[in-house]
Design a protein around this ligand. Structure first.
Ligand code: SF4
Ligand code: SF4
Length: 307
């Protein structure tokens, strides 16, 4: 194997299966996956772009805005009072919740892994990390893309609360306050990308925590099957999982290792954000085993698929 990233695999380490991931670093395994053609990346960019466009379009088209600057509240294109705009805001949030709930019933926490801008900021943070060894054009572009995404995401959230016209018609004080808040929130987003990343999805996101409790087994998800070809126990899928679960045991109630013998119990499927990183890592491993089928894939979940 002479492809970039092959250093992650040590053929001598496990003579029975021939391959073994010997690096615990999720980002480095993702680098190896990327160099072998990460096929979900284009889809992920499309889904997150759609998410961001919806977030931007709602206030920019005056569909809903609760304007804290000048009271220029809007609902469905009409100027309304604060109470009406607040009702519109609540309805918009309920629609978003209804949409993510419906997707959650069918495909679990798919929104967390594919459509959530905060999760995408985590991913962009990892992307800048994996390119930082060589400070060239790719390094600069990855930082630029990350910063641009954070800036646009923060602006899209602020537009729900502040009419953008404040930047043109507002007093210098009002402009300074709005830009100052935007910069502060951007700084928070960049810190998240550098420090917290998927730890936020795992431990703090209120939407994620809610779905952890309501998610049971879903008809579509990550499928693990030892037929037609068996798992070679290389561990790549587990090491690459951003929320630290074992993709081969999603249908089971597990116990967190880091909490000792009395650790917190959790249901694997409810934690999985359906990001597909484990599937891509498994596919990468099996590219070194021509003719064999990777045991992990997206698909219809049958009760026996986790056996
Ligand atoms: S189990 Fe796989 S799809 Fe689920 S969160 Fe982990 S890496 Fe992503
Ligand atoms: S499911 Fe795939 S990536 Fe995971 S341990 Fe088995 S062979 Fe390796």
């Amino acid at each position: 194997m002479n492809w970039p990233g092959s250093k992650l695999l040590d053929p001598k380490a496990n003579s029975e299966v021939g391959l073994r991931i010997d690096d615990n670093d999720r980002v480095r395994i993702l680098t190896a996956v990327a160099t072998r053609g990460a096929r979900f990346q284009v889809w992920r960019v499309l889904v997150i772009t759609l998410s961001l466009l919806i977030l931007l379009a709602v206030p920019l088209t005056d569909t809903v805005r609760l304007d804290l600057w000048s009271g220029n509240h809007h609902l469905l294109g009409e100027q309304v009072g604060a109470i009406e705009a607040l009702k519109g805001f609540v309805i918009a949030m309920a629609l978003l919740w209804g949409f993510t709930f419906a997707t959650n019933v069918i495909v679990g926490r798919f929104f967390c892994g594919w459509g959530c801008p905060v999760g995408y900021v985590s991913r962009l943070g990892e992307d800048t990390q994996l390119k930082q060894r060589k400070r060239g054009l790719r390094w600069a572009l990855s930082h630029l893309a990350g910063a641009a995404f954070v800036a646009t995401f923060v602006a899209s959230v602020m537009l729900w609360w502040v009419d953008w016209r404040v930047l043109v018609e507002g007093s210098w004080t009002a402009r300074a306050v709005v830009v100052g808040i935007w910069l502060l929130l951007c700084l928070g987003g960049l810190l998240h990308a550098v420090v917290w990343r998927f730890g936020f999805c795992k431990t703090a996101c209120p939407i994620g925590l809610y779905y952890r409790f309501v998610t049971s087994s879903t008809p579509i998800g990550i499928v693990f099957s030892n037929t037609p070809d068996p798992c070679i126990e290389c561990g790549a899928c587990e090491k690459v999982c951003p929320v630290d679960i074992d993709p081969k045991r999603l249908g089971e109630t597990l116990v967190r290792d880091d909490d000792g013998p009395d650790g917190e119990e959790y249901y694997g499927d409810a934690e999985c954000i359906r990001c597909g990183d484990c599937v891509e890592a498994c596919e990468m491993i099996f590219k070194g085993r021509p003719g064999e089928t990777p045991p992990l894939r997206f698909g219809r979940v049958h009760s026996e698929s986790h056996d």
